[in-house]
Design a protein around this ligand. Structure first.
Ligand code: ADP
Ligand code: ZN
Length: 519
């Protein structure tokens, strides 16, 4: 039985796309190869063994020195319906008993094990009987005798791997060559594992965003300048894939559409055509792409804003796999933001997950309205720092004009604070611009000192300020309270006057033309 990793990613973990590196690592680990993966902290290592654990036979043993983290992960997995358990010094007798039980019956999928457990002969025997299919080692640098985090018990892991004769996947954020060499010696007996290093950047892909102005014409122009080269246009709805594909055909492109509502045969036909034909454009929903492995896709356009920064990275990443230059364009507009927000709020996900989803959408909006090099901002989100600007994005090509927005942002923050962080942008803007709505009068917000202090900006410009504030993560909408804007730690130095902030002028200028939406 082969379950697609993307399906599990969605169903079990609730993520809509892999982060940089995750897809390749999951594939290698699930295929039973020995793997050494170096990923930045926060890059999403745990998924790289949790997901393969669900794809492989037998139980996956996870070794980690961090007891609190193990317990968190076990709780998270159980909430998602995955049989997971931990054997650590913090266990109660009942917990331990339950884990042994699940091991005996073969029900357990992931067993988290504190390294000191490896010292006991009982545990070794138990593992030999349990039908282990994979060993995953978190914080693998703990095996290095010269490092700060040396754990003598980690030296027993190599022995365990030999005894069980199963693949091993080692993860760490420590990248230096010496530590890597030591990991290879001690965990893999010197046999070269498949290595995944940081450096998930795809420098050949040009990044660009545009605010939606005349979206259809923008996409036709982008495709028109690349006539005869293979590309994908991602759309938010099935209906749009069909109409946009027609429009492209009318312009003389060779184009077809693809979405999840088509029968499997028709979909396969498009996949085959795309793989074999030169210069075909596929206009598709996100259903297109999982099985697509065409190295020479020259461009990817988003007619609508993707769901999250992870989805964005994954979708543009389908271009230029051959390493030759590829181009991307992502359109975004107020309707997209509204739609994505309501999709998250109306979903069935628990509150913490929804809050995280809003955060990932905010990160994408921040990227859309970035002040400087987009790649720098994109990679920073995934934990990688670039030494220099990339020179291969629209903002490196043409830096945006900025102005000092400190005063405006301070006014906006103080309006939020003075109303108890209980309101969304719309109401705060009414206060700032001195708009005496019923709601303003009812709450006596016309008596606040902030009332009318922002008349120098128009309503649309204030919306642009709030959107950029969200992009800079100064305020976050609280989904539990109808998007009431709550200040983050990052806003405090600005409010206190210790730090200034630049805003983009072009976005402000556009805002006076039409009214964008923020929550
Ligand atoms: P680390 O690499 O530091 O061990 P974690 O595995 O704890 O990182 O992941 C860091 C955070 O990223 C977690 O909150 C996790 O839920 C989130 N995360 C991991 N993978 C994805 C993904 N594909 N999409 C969205 N969020 C993800
Ligand atoms: Zn750049």
């Amino acid at each position: 039985d082969t379950v697609a990793p993307e399906a599990l990613l969605q169903e079990i973990f609730g993520f809509d796309a892999f982060r940089p590196g995750q897809g390749e690592i999951v594939e290698a680990v699930a295929a039973g190869r020995n793997v050494l993966a170096i990923m930045p902290t926060g890059g999403g290592k745990s998924l790289c063994y949790q997901l393969p654990a669900l794809m492989r036979e037998g139980v996956t043993v996870v070794i980690s020195p961090l007891i609190a983290l193990m317990r968190d992960q076990v709780r998270g997995l159980r909430e998602a319906g995955v049989a997971a358990g931990a054997l650590t010094s913090g266990n109660t007798e009942e917990e331990t008993e339950e884990v042994w039980q699940m091991l005996e019956t073969g029900a357990l999928r992931l067993l988290y094990l504190a390294p000191e457990r490896l010292a006991s002969a009982g545990a070794q025997r138990m593992l030999a009987r349990a039908g282990v299919g994979l060993i995953a080692v978190d914080e693998a640098h703990c095996v290095s005798q010269w490092g700060h985090d040396f754990r003598p018990d980690y030296l027993r892991i190599g022995e365990l791997r030999r005894a069980l004769d199963v693949p091993l996947a080692a993860f760490t954020a420590t990248a230096d060559a010496e530590t890597q060499a030591e990991i290879v010696t001690r965990l893999f007996d010197g046999a070269e594992p498949q290595r995944f290093l940081r450096g998930f950047d795809r420098p050949n892909i040009h990044l660009a965003f545009q605010a939606k102005d005349q979206p259809r014409r923008q996409i036709l122009a982008f495709a028109g300048a690349r006539k005869g080269r293979s590309g994908i246009v991602y759309c938010g709805t099935r209906a749009k894939t069909e109409s946009l594909s027609r429009a492209l055909s009318e312009e003389g492109h060779s184009a077809c559409f693809y979405h999840g509502g088509m029968d499997p045969e028709a979909r396969r036909a498009v996949e085959t055509r795309f793989a074999n034909e030169d210069g075909l454009i596929v206009v598709a929903t996100v259903a297109f792409g999982m099985g697509v492995d065409k190295p020479d896709i020259r461009w990817v356009a988003h007619a609508d804003l993707p769901k999250s920064i992870e989805s964005y990275y994954q979708e543009i990443g389908r271009a230029g796999r051959d390493g030759a230059a590829a181009e991307t364009l992502t359109l975004f507009g107020p309707e997209d933001i509204r739609l994505r927000r309501s999709q998250i709020d109306e979903g069935m996900a628990p509150p913490e997950r929804r809050a995280a989803d809003h955060g990932r959408l905010n990160a994408l909006l921040g990227l859309a309205e970035a002040l400087g090099c987009r790649r720098r901002q994109l990679l920073r989100y995934f934990g990688e720092e670039m030494a220099e600007d990339c020179g291969n994005c629209d903002l490196c090509d043409r830096p945006p004009e900025v102005f000092d927005g400190t005063e405006a942002v301070r006014k906006a923050l103080s309006a939020a604070l003075r109303t108890g962080e209980n309101f969304g942008a719309g109401h705060l803007i009414d206060i700032l611009t001195g708009n005496e709505t019923d709601k303003v009068k009812q709450r006596r917000h016309d008596e606040l000192p902030t009332f009318g202090v922002g008349r120098e900006l128009k309503k649309g410009e204030w919306h642009a300020v709030f959107r950029q504030m969200m992009g800079h993560d100064l305020v976050r909408p609280d989904p539990e309270r109808h998007g009431a804007l709550v200040m983050t730690e990052a806003a405090r130095p600005i409010l206190r006057g210790e730090q200034g902030i630049s805003l983009r002028r072009d976005i402000m200028a556009r805002a006076t033309e039409r009214r964008p939406a923020v929550k």
